[in-house]
Every structure is written in structure tokens, then in C-alpha cells.
Write a protein that binds this ligand. Structure first.
Ligand code: 0O2
Length: 214
């Protein structure tokens, strides 16, 4: 019989923890690819443009724990750092994001622990993205470990903005000059306008093709 390892109680080494996070990324990555393929098969359309996965670096984990006021330990990182395993899913249209989030939420072997909708409620900086914190069971030879993965879903335009803003944030260590932060917020609005226009254009194209029986 399997001895279930629950909530990392028996997991104490960095290598084992990282192995679990990497396995969780593989599992979620495959799930997303299957959903995308099925969607293509049924609707002749791919909601996903591309997928990126990454495991947070040790340096970045330690920084986050410090920011939260916790000591550096494996127990604390597993408990308090939710985005050690991260999957970023890039879609063409905002509607794809919600469609995909629903499809992910409907998977029986994935638990959605929290949702942060920074599209409906953008951050002060202008940041937009849809974040799902999920856990997936990783089956080992002697037990099962529920492992957290943060899934970020955003459009190509939102991703473009977030990548630049992330670089700027790190360059200025969080203290960018006012005019740069202001310009970034302006760009974030342009991103929203672009996303809305692209979505309505796409809908118009589909309506037109349908009318012509294509
Ligand atoms: P990095 O370097 O990308 O790893 P939580 O403990 O979950 O409540 P947290 O971790 O701040 O708090 O959660 P949230 O808001 O879901 O943010 C997690 C990740 O989203 C960040 O990880 C970024 O990758 C991204 N993100 C959040 N806010 C912003 C933002 O304003 N701009 C950009 N560019 N990305 C953002 P890290 O660890 O902060 O950074």
C-alpha cells in the first residue's frame, strides 16, 4: 500500500522539493497541450499561442521569503511561496483566457486553490493577467504529494507589457522615475484598447465568414 506523503510533511530536501515542482510543471504543461489539441480538434481553433514554464530560482525564492518576513527554510518556501512552479499561457484574445481558465478548473485531478483576476482588477502599475493557483497530485513510488503550480494566463499584448515592466522594475529596483511609471500605465491602457479591438475584429471576421458560408 502507498504511504501517502501529505503536504510535504516528509519532504525535507531541496532536491526532492524541486523534483516535485518540476514534475508538477510537466503535468500541467501536458494538460494544457491536450486541452489545446482537443479544442483544435473540435473547434478548429487554438486558444493557446504558446506556453512557458519555469521554476523560480533559489535567489528569487529567498528574496520573496524575506519580503514576506519569513526565515529561509524549505518548510516556509513550500508553505508561503506559491509561484515556485510557474506556467505562463499566452493567448490571442481575452475571451480565450476565460475559456481556458474554465477548462482548467473543470479538470478533476487539479484543485484550484485561488484565483487572482488582474484583468478585471488590474494592479496599480497597470499589470494585467489572470492567475490561477492550483495543486496537482504527483504520484511517487511511495505516496502522493499535492504540489502547487501558479498558472498565469494572459494575451500576447499583456505579456509584452509585463515583460518590459518586469525588466524596468528590476533595473530600477522598484523605484522607477515617475515619468516611466506613468508611461507604463499609459501603455497598459493602450494594451487594453488593442486587446478589445483585436477581439471585436476577430468576431467581425468570423461573422463575415459565416455569412458567406465559409
Ligand atoms: P518573478 O520574478 O516573475 O518570479 P501571493 O503570495 O501569491 O499572494 P504574489 O506572489 O505577489 O503574492 O502573487 P501574484 O500577485 O500572483 O504574483 C506572482 C507573479 O505574478 C510575480 O512573481 C510576477 O511574475 C507576476 N506579477 C505580479 N505582479 C506583477 C506586476 O505588477 N508586474 C509584472 N511584470 N509581473 C507581475 P514575482 O515573484 O513577483 O516575480
Amino acid at each position: 500500500m502507498l504511504n501517502a506523503v501529505k503536504n510535504y510533511d516528509d519532504v525535507d530536501s531541496w532536491k526532492t522539493v524541486m523534483f516535485l515542482y518540476n514534475s508538477a510543471l510537466k503535468k500541467v504543461g501536458t494538460k494544457l497541450e491536450i486541452l489545446n489539441d482537443e479544442f483544435q480538434h473540435v473547434h478548429k481553433y487554438n486558444p493557446i499561442e504558446h506556453i512557458k514554464t519555469r521554476v523560480k530560482t533559489a535567489e528569487s525564492i529567498v528574496k520573496k521569503l524575506k519580503r514576506y518576513g519569513y526565515e529561509t527554510s524549505i518548510e516556509n518556501m513550500v508553505k508561503y511561496v506559491n509561484d515556485i512552479a510557474g506556467v505562463r499561457v499566452i493567448c490571442s484574445f481575452t475571451s480565450d483566457i476565460y475559456r481556458l481558465a474554465e477548462m482548467i478548473g473543470n479538470q478533476n485531478d487539479l484543485k484550484v486553490l485561488a484565483i487572482k483576476d488582474y484583468i478585471k482588477n488590474p494592479k496599480e502599475s497597470g499589470y494585467k493577467s489572470y492567475h490561477m493557483l492550483a495543486s496537482v497530485p504527483i504520484f511517487l513510488s511511495d505516496g502522493v504529494v499535492d504540489t502547487k503550480v501558479e498558472i498565469q494566463i494572459r494575451t500576447i499584448a499583456m505579456d509584452f507589457w509585463a515583460s518590459l515592466e518586469h525588466k524596468i522594475y528590476y533595473k530600477f529596483e522598484g523605484n522607477a522615475p515617475d515619468y516611466i511609471s506613468r508611461d507604463l500605465r499609459e501603455c497598459a491602457e493602450m494594451v487594453s484598447t488593442l486587446d478589445e479591438k483585436m477581439l471585436s475584429l476577430n468576431e467581425a471576421i468570423h461573422a463575415c465568414l459565416e455569412k458567406e458560408g465559409l
